[in-house]
Ligand binder design. Structure first.
Ligand SMILES: Nc1nc2c(c(=O)[nH]1)N[C@H]1C(S)=C(S)[C@@H](COP(=O)(O)O)O[C@H]1N2
Ligand SMILES: [Mo]
Length: 173
C-alpha cells in the first residue's frame, strides 16, 4: 500500500513539470503542438514542429528590438526550410522565378512579405531565420514559439512572431 503511494507520487512529480513546461507552446493551439506550415509554390508542402526545427541545421541571427537593444536569436535559416520544401533557390532563382515571394502569416493575422531574392545566398549574405530561441531560451509566450528574425534591418517590423504559415507565392502578371 505504502509503496503504491510512493510510486504514484513519483509518477506525479515526473509528469506534472513536463506538462507545465509544454503549456505555453500549446496554449494558443488548443492542446495541439504548434506548427509552421510551408505551402504554395513548393514541391513538398511541410508541416514543421518544434522537434523538426530542432533537428535541422541551426544558426543564429542578431536583431535589435524596438528599443534598440540587440538580441541573439537562434533557429533555422529560411534557405534550409526552402531546400527541404523544394523552393526555387540559387541557380533556379532567375527569369520568372524572380517574381516569387514569401508571404509570412502570424496567429494574430499580421503578415509580411519578402521577395525570394531577398532571402537567397546568391543575392545576399544576410541570413533570415525562423527562430525558436532568444538568448538560448524558448521565445517568451506571446512572441513564440516561432519568429522570423531579419538581421540588420533598421526597424524590427518584419521580425514577425507567432508565425503559422510560410507561403511561397507568384506575383507574375
Ligand atoms: N505577429 C506579429 N509580429 C509582429 C508584430 C505584430 O503586430 N504581430 N509587430 C511588429 C512590429 S511593428 C515591431 S516594432 C516588432 C516589435 O518587436 P519587439 O517587441 O521585439 O521590439 O514586432 C513585429 N512583429
Ligand atoms: Mo513596430
Amino acid at each position: 500500500m505504502k509503496r503504491r503511494f510512493f510510486v504514484l507520487v513519483a509518477i506525479f512529480c515526473l509528469v506534472l513539470p513536463s506538462a507545465w513546461a509544454q503549456a505555453p507552446q500549446t496554449a494558443s493551439t488548443g492542446g495541439q503542438p504548434a506548427v509552421v506550415k510551408v505551402t504554395g509554390e513548393v514541391l513538398t508542402p511541410l508541416t514543421l514542429t518544434a522537434t523538426d526545427l530542432a533537428a535541422m541545421p541551426r544558426t543564429t541571427a542578431v536583431a535589435k528590438d524596438k528599443q534598440g537593444v540587440p538580441h541573439t536569436f537562434s533557429g533555422v535559416a529560411l534557405s534550409e526550410i526552402f531546400n527541404k520544401a523544394g523552393v526555387t533557390t540559387g541557380r533556379q532563382l532567375r527569369g520568372e522565378n524572380l517574381a516569387k515571394y514569401l508571404l509570412v502569416t502570424c496567429a494574430d493575422g499580421y503578415q509580411v512579405v519578402f521577395s525570394l531574392a531577398e532571402l537567397d545566398s546568391s543575392f545576399t549574405d544576410r541570413v533570415v531565420i525562423l527562430a525558436d530561441q532568444i538568448e538560448g531560451r524558448p521565445l517568451p509566450a506571446g512572441t513564440g514559439p516561432f519568429r522570423i528574425v531579419v538581421p540588420g534591418e533598421k526597424k524590427p517590423a518584419r521580425n514577425c512572431f507567432q508565425v503559422t504559415t510560410l507561403a511561397i507565392r507568384f506575383a507574375k502578371e
